[in-house]
Design a protein around this ligand. Structure first.
Ligand code: BES
Ligand code: ZN
Ligand code: ZN
Length: 476
């Protein structure tokens, strides 16, 4: 993937001219200017002009009375559609020219192009048609610096890392492999990583993580990623926690396969988002101290699996009555959240594919967010949600919901009831914190069973661009 400012003498297969409905395209369309005007008037977004070998694509972005974030999303979606045309024409290098559109819109368009261009084809050995890949986008836009394009590239590569991890099946990506993948990337990005093995996790008495792992033949891991630059703007670290259930069968509370268990390789989407964000933050050398925690295991119903009715002593010493082994995410996250206390964090953001309830509430369209970190942090995260179109729908986080988690024989039970499942899951987790805390349930947008525009098919990479934008904004 190459994104850079156009260099003198650089050649390309086609140029894309981006403008809004009022833009003057005559400098690019020559004698076809009237034709272009008519097409724009009739609502056409793209016009392809060819002259000999030269291809010029006139792309119009709608700008009618829309909020800024909608304009940016229009640009990503337009780029997704245009990618098809590039494929048709076998265009592998393009020049993208701003004809009056903002730097942000240009970046959004580039995002749409490159996120569409992503493919996960490592397991395909027989291609029916030779795979098409865009290779280079040269950019002509005065508002954009080399640094802007470098940071955009990093955000995209972080998202691809996240997508790759989510798309990997359990047959490859066990908890150990997940840790190894994050170790591998640490070298390139510059963050440090320590991985606890089962023995260490046992010695720490991480009861939640160990309980979920009991039904598995593969050992759990607990990874600690850290980016601590000298010039950090924050005194207290930010901590990111990601659910790393590399496969969720439900355990003994087994999930039905069809439309339920079959895509549960995505249940480490939170971990993958933390990994992708740490990769991007470190590669961009953002002056911010961030720690990532990733508890990981699969959830399986083997002979020694934890059972409904078990009482588990967690890492923080409190007890949990397990009434459904499919509510395993909160068991492993609880230990990671109490492990985070030692860092005295200024803010902890935890991401997880945690509940079907969140998925049912907002579909693929939003992240369900809640927390006690106060309006500043939540509003700023929501702003990043709009900037990246990884929008956050905030749910209430009232203490009343905790009533639903009362157990007769332990401090809490691991399921609430029929109602408010996304919130009771968040309230369960809050009990393991003593710091400002935001919980993001990404069960809805994390994985696409069918193609969803530039978000693609399979892992969408949700969370990575969101977090990267959030931390960029904190450091500038
Ligand atoms: N991993 C699932 C949640 C999920 C659902 C993720 C859909 C992605 C898409 C989680 O571990 C789970 O099974 N949650 C249960 C909790 C219930 C037993 C309280 C659920 O939501 O049904
Ligand atoms: Zn589950
Ligand atoms: Zn799960």
């Amino acid at each position: 993937m190459k994104i850079h400012k156009i260099e003198r003498g650089e050649e390309y297969n086609a140029r894309i001219i981006l403008g809004d409905q009022q833009a003057d395209f005559s400098a690019y369309a020559g004698t076809k200017t009237d034709y272009i005007r008519k097409r724009i008037a009739s609502g056409k977004g793209l016009t392809v002009l060819t002259e000999g070998e030269e291809i010029t694509m006139i792309q119009v972005l709608k700008n009618e009375q829309q909020a800024d974030h909608v304009l940016l999303e229009n640009a990503r979606v337009a780029a997704h559609a245009l990618h098809n045309t590039l494929r048709d024409l076998d265009v592998t290098s393009v020049l993208l020219v701003s004809n009056g559109v903002s730097g942000k819109q240009m970046c959004a368009f580039l995002e749409g192009l490159w996120l569409t261009n992503y493919r996960f084809d490592k397991y395909i050995t027989r291609h029916e048609v030779p795979p098409y890949q865009l290779d280079t986008t040269a950019v002509s836009c005065d508002a954009l610096t080399d640094t802007d394009l470098h940071l955009l590239t990093i955000a995209l590569e972080g998202t691809f890392f996240t997508r790759d991890l989510v798309n990997e099946p359990l047959s490859y990506l066990t908890a150990t492999k997940l840790a190894e993948e994050m170790q591998q990337k640490s070298k390139e990005a510059g963050y440090t990583i320590e991985v606890f093995n089962k023995k260490k996790i046992e010695s720490l008495r991480m009861g939640g993580l160990l309980a979920v792992n009991k039904g598995s033949v593969d050992p759990p891991t607990f990874s600690i990623l850290e980016w601590k630059p000298d010039q950090a703007v924050n005194e207290k670290p930010y901590v990111l926690v990601g659910k790393g259930v590399v496969y969720d069968t439900g355990g003994l509370s087994l999930k039905p396969t069809s439309d339920s268990m079959d895509y549960m390789k995505c249940d480490m989407g939170g971990a993958a988002a933390v990994a992708g964000a740490m990769y991007a933050i470190a590669r961009a050398k953002l002056p911010v101290h961030v720690i990532g925690l990733v508890p990981a295991t699969d959830n399986r119903p083997d002979g020694n699996a934890y059972v409904p009715g078990d009482v588990i002593r967690m890492y923080d010493g409190s007890t949990v009555e397990v009434l459904n082994t499919d509510a395993e995410g909160r068991m492993i996250l609880a230990d990671a959240l109490s492990y985070a206390i030692q860092y005295d964090p200024g803010l902890v953001i935890e991401l997880s594919t945690l509940t079907g309830s969140a998925h049912a509430a907002v579909g693929k369209y939003a992240i369900v967010g809640m927390g006690n970190a106060g309006p500043e942090a939540m509003e700023s995260l929501k702003t990043s949600g709009f900037n990246t179109f990884e929008r956050i729908a905030e749910f209430p986080f009232w203490d009343d919901f905790s009533e639903l988690l009362k157990s007769d024989i332990a401090d809490q039970k691991n399921i609430g009831g029929k109602y408010a499942g996304a919130i009771t899951a968040g309230k369960f987790l809050e009990k393991f914190t003593d710091y400002p805390y935001i919980h993001l349930d990404i069960a809805g947008p994390s994985f696409n069973k069918i193609q969803d525009n530039y978000r693609g098919i399979g892992g969408s990479g949700v969370g990575t661009r969101l977090l990267f934008d959030f931390f960029r904004n904190r450091t500038t």
